[in-house]
Design a protein. Sequence first.
Length: 94
Amino acid sequence: MSPSTTFRCSPSVAATQVDDTSTVLLHLSEQTYFELNRTGTRLWHHLDEHGEVPLSALVDLLDDDQKNVSRADVRADVESFLQALIQKNLLEKS
C-alpha cells in the first residue's frame, strides 16, 4: 500500500465502544460483527472522526507511542489490520 492510500469507515457499519479497551463493529446489512482491541479501537475512532485518512497518518498515530517497535513493523501491523477490515467490508479503501 502506498502511504497516501486513504481509508474510511464503511457507512454500513455501526460501532459500539464496549469499554476503554475494545469496540465492536457490526456490519448492518451482512449482520456480522468484529471486535477490536485497544489499538484497533484507537485506529477506528481516528478513522471515524476524520473521515478519509491516509495510511501514513494511521502509522504516525501509532508510531508515536511505540518506542520499542520499528516504524516498518508498525506500518506492517497497521496494513494487516486495515486489510482484515477491508476483507470483512467494514472499511473502504478510497
